[in-house]
Design a protein around this ligand. Structure first.
Ligand code: NAD
Length: 281
C-alpha cells in the first residue's frame, strides 16, 4: 500500500492522516466541511511541531509529512486512486452507510474499506457495499499519534486476506493490532463505556464530586485518567452514541445512557471540544 484516503477530518481523522503521512504514505484527507479540513491541517501542523520540539522527529520530517497530505471535499475524487480508505466520519450509522455506498462506487475494486467506528456493526456497513470481504474495522485510539492500540474488527464476511493485510499494515505504522470479532462496542468500548456511564450515575446521585471520582479511579486502579475526564476528552456526544448502539444492539438496559449524560449532550456540553463537560476547559 502506498496511497490511502481518510474520510472525516475531525478529532480522529486528522490523527489517522498524521500517522500515515509520517510513515511515508500519500494521504487524501476528505471532509464534506471545508473548514474541518483547514482545522485538521492546522492541528496536524501543531502536533508535528510538538514532536519536533520533543526531538522525536526533525524539522525536515515535519515538512515531508505535511507534503504527503492532500485535502478534498469530494469523496468521488478523493478515493478514486487509493489502496485503502479509512472512514472516520461522525458516529451515526445512516451517515456511515451513505459514505460507504459512495466509497464503494468510486474506489478501485481491490481497495480495502476500513472504518474507525467505535461501535457500529462492521457487518452492516459491509452489507451496503459490493465488496463485504474487503470491509473491516480499524479502530484507532485517541490521540492517534500517541496511542499504540488498533482494535481490528472482522465483520461476518471479512476475508482472512483482508484481516491479515490490515494487521500487517498496523504493525508497519508502529502500532499494535488486537483482532476481535464484530459485536456492539467490540471489546474496547463494551468495557470502557459502562464504566464511564457508572461514574456519571454516581456523580449524578451526589455520591461524590467529579474530581474525587476521577481521583479514586486513578489512584485505586492505576488508570492514567479518571472516567469523567476521559469522557470529556472522548466527547460526551460520542459516549452517548456508543451507549445507544450497545443498548439497541444487545437489547439490554444495563447499557442505557445515564439521564445526566443525555441532558449534558442536549445542553451542548460535550467536553473538551465545546469547552465544558464534567470540567471546564
Ligand atoms: N473521539 C474519539 O475519542 C474516538 C475514538 C475512537 C474512535 N472514534 C470514532 O471515530 C469516528 C470519528 O469520530 P471523531 O471524534 O473524529 O468525530 P468528529 O465529530 O470530530 O469528526 C467527524 C468528521 O466527519 C465529517 N463528516 C460528517 N459527515 C461526513 C460526510 N458525509 N462526508 C465527509 N465527512 C463527513 C464531519 O464534518 C467531521 O469533520 C467516529 O466513528 C467515532 O466513533 C472516536
Amino acid at each position: 500500500m502506498k496511497k490511502i484516503a481518510v474520510v472525516g477530518a475531525g478529532t480522529m481523522g486528522n490523527g489517522i492522516a498524521h500517522v500515515f503521512a509520517q510513515k511515508g504514505f500519500a494521504v487524501n484527507l476528505i471532509d464534506s466541511n471545508a473548514s474541518a479540513l483547514e482545522k485538521a491541517i492546522n492541528t496536524i501542523d501543531k502536533n508535528l511541531d510538538r514532536q519536533v520540539n520533543k526531538g522525536t522527529i526533525n524539522a525536515e520530517d515535519k515538512v515531508i509529512a505535511l507534503q504527503q497530505i492532500t485535502t478534498f471535499t469530494s469523496i468521488e475524487i478523493g478515493v478514486s486512486d487509493v489502496d485503502l480508505v479509512i472512514e472516520a466520519a461522525t458516529e451515526n450509522s445512516e451517515i456511515k452507510k451513505s459514505i460507504f455506498k459512495q466509497i464503494d462506487s468510486f474506489a478501485k475494486p481491490e481497495c480495502i474499506l476500513a472504518t474507525n467506528t467505535s461501535s457500529i456493526s462492521i457487518t452492516q456497513l459491509a452489507a451496503v457495499t459490493a465488496r463485504p470481504s474487503k470491509v473491516i474495522g480499524m479502530h484507532f485510539m485517541n490521540p492517534v499519534p500517541v496511542m499504540k492500540l488498533v482494535e481490528i474488527i472482522n465483520g461476518k464476511e471479512t476475508s482472512e486476506t483482508t484481516s491479515n493485510t490490515i494487521v500487517e499494515l498496523t504493525n508497519q505504522l508502529g502500532k499494535i493490532p488486537c483482532v476481535v470479532q464484530d459485536a456492539p462496542g467490540f471489546i474496547a468500548n463494551r468495557i470502557l463505556m459502562p464504566m464511564i456511564n457508572e461514574a456519571i450515575h454516581a456523580f449524578s446521585e451526589g455520591i461524590s464530586d467529579a474530581a474525587t471520582i476521577d481521583q479514586i479511579m486513578k489512584l485505586g486502579m492505576a488508570h492514567p485518567m479518571g472516567p469523567l475526564q476521559l469522557a470529556d476528552y472522548i466527547g460526551l456526544d460520542v459516549c452517548k452514541n456508543i451507549l445507544d448502539i450497545m443498548h439497541n444492539g444487545f437489547k439490554n438496559d444495563k447499557y442505557a445512557p445515564c439521564p445526566l449524560l443525555i441532558k449534558m449532550v442536549e445542553a451542548g456540553k460535550l467536553g473538551v471540544k465545546t469547552g465544558e463537560g464534567f470540567y471546564k476547559y
